[in-house]
Write a protein that binds this ligand. Structure first.
Ligand SMILES: [Mn+2]
Length: 490
């Protein structure tokens, strides 16, 4: 496809700038995709023997902008952050490798295909500028991988980490597999042995979670009558005649015999059909899963091989500010680095389950198109998005409404919003809505159409909510009002 070729050509042009740099300063976001991207950029620079440093950013506020501007003597390489605020960086020698919605897309410039910015000192590699879907077809890690790959053939081994980042951003969840530009990276990863593609149930925690818990916590997609209900999950396993305990401890999905796995999958599929769920959702129960093999480090049995679980480990490092631990895992270190990461993950699981309990106790407050909860100072601000995502698919949430979570964060309020793909099909663009709602109360926000975040001042929550509610309602009803014959599903 032309847009793919154009994108790769731009990555090559950026690759030449990387090779010519005398010093590189990397900035990256702190989630799994951000840590993966930053690691890819870091390895790319190190392998060229270019002096390099990396800084992890939770958000792009004034302090972060200032920090970036101080590196004006380096080639600055932003990952997974920056496209929304490009005007702050004019005059800097900078690469932005991102897949979030850019600040503004000038259609004339895009069609032109030559200059994507008035400011030619900034290399801007973002799927949206090439007509590529940025929330499903390419992550920041795969974006940065295209740059790395154009720098040297040797960097093909970074493709495994790129896949971890893409899966970390849930880019495989809509179709049950990676598609689009991510697929090109996946081909590299398979070719060099960094990733093995398997067809299996797409549960989270297949290697680590006891089977009952795996079913209980299955939210992508949720299992009717089983998700969020531990005793229901136990009853199902019992009714299927599956022996869950082995030598005193409960089996994981990986420990089960193939026939038992098949029984569970058939049961779920029948249950979903009976509930009248859409075929797309039913099909997403089984799909591709990605086994990541580290090519550089010696095998450590405790290291999760499943890309989703690897990504969760990175997210735990990011949420508790152990960014470097995450990066060193990406770069192949194990031993005590892995011990630390696993301990963070364990602590994170405890935090999330107690936070979910609290949020359910509080209940969700309903507005016309959105529903919200406020964690105040009871959880770290970095897990609000996770909680929102889990609650969205729980029975506590009203279907068809956006979910909004708040938590206090360094004297301000962190906001996380999650919608469903059905709502996005109806016209929801959370990135746009949250940005405008945040700006209306003097805050900043942005992200993706299905998931977005903001930071606002304490006390502005209700004003923000009423603005967001109106914007979301407008997006969805505007689309409904515009339905023409050609928009109707076949
Ligand atoms: Mn990302």
């Amino acid at each position: 496809m032309d847009s793919h070729k154009e994108f790769i050509d731009e990555a090559k042009r950026i690759g030449r700038a990387v090779k010519g740099a005398s010093r590189i300063s990397i900035f990256t976001h702190i989630d799994a995709d951000g840590i993966s991207s930053g690691s890819i950029a870091y390895a790319t620079a190190s392998r060229l023997s270019i002096p390099v440093e990396i800084t992890f950013l939770k958000k792009l506020d004034d302090a972060a902008t200032e920090l970036i501007r101080m590196k004006k003597d380096s080639l600055i390489w932003l990952n997974d952050i920056g496209s929304g605020y490009i005007s702050r960086f004019s005059g800097l020698n900078m690469i932005i490798a991102d897949h979030h919605e850019p600040e503004s897309i000038n259609p004339v410039l895009v069609e032109n295909g030559t200059s994507r910015l008035a400011d030619s000192s900034i290399y801007h590699l973002n799927a949206h500028l090439f007509g590529i879907e940025g929330s499903t077809e390419i992550s920041s890690s795969t974006t940065s991988y295209f740059i790395a790959r154009s720098v040297s053939d040797r960097n093909i081994d970074l493709s495994g980490i790129a896949i971890v980042g893409a899966v970390g951003d849930l880019q495989d969840s809509r179709y049950g597999k990676l598609t689009g530009m991510n697929r090109i990276v996946l081909e590299d990863a398979v070719k060099c042995g960094a990733v093995k593609v398997m067809r299996d149930a797409r549960f989270y925690g297949k290697e680590t979670r006891p089977i009952t818990r795996l079913l209980e916590f299955s939210v992508d997609p949720p299992i009717p009558g089983v998700s969020n209900d531990h005793s229901a999950a136990a009853r199902v396993l019992d009714s299927l005649g599956i022996e869950v305990v082995n030598e005193g401890s409960e089996k994981t999905w990986s420990d089960l015999q193939p026939a038992d796995r098949q029984k569970i999958v058939s049961f779920i599929v029948q249950k979903m059909i009976a509930e009248g769920l859409p075929a797309s959702e039913i099909n997403s129960i089984v799909g591709e899963t990605y086994v990541v093999r580290d090519l550089r480090s010696s095998a450590d049995a405790r290291m999760p091989e499943d890309a989703k679980e690897f990504a969760t480990l990175l997210n735990s490092c990011g949420r508790y500010a152990k960014y470097e631990t995450g990066m060193r895992l990406c770069l192949g270190e194990r031993g005590t680095i892995l011990d630390n990461a696993l301990a963070l993950l364990e602590g994170h699981r405890k935090n999330v389950s107690s936070a979910i309990r609290m949020a359910k106790q509080d209940g969700l407050t309903q507005l016309s198109s959105i529903q919200y909860f406020h964690m105040q100072d009871r959880v770290p601000d970095t897990i609000v998005g996770t909680i929102a995502g889990i609650l969205l698919k729980s029975k506590e949430a009203v279907p068809g409404k956006v979910i909004v979570g708040f938590a206090f964060s360094e004297g301000k309020v962190k906001v996380s919003c999650r919608g469903s793909s059905e709502m996005v099909q109806q016209g929801l663009n959370l990135s746009e809505a949250i940005r405008r709602a945040a700006e209306s109360v003097g805050g900043v926000g942005g992200g993706h159409s299905i998931a977005a975040g903001a930071t606002i001042d304490t006390g502005k929550e209700y004003e923000f909510l009423s603005s967001l509610d109106g914007l979301v309602r407008g997006q969805i009803t505007q689309r409904e009002g515009n339905v023409s014959m050609t928009d109707l599903p076949e």
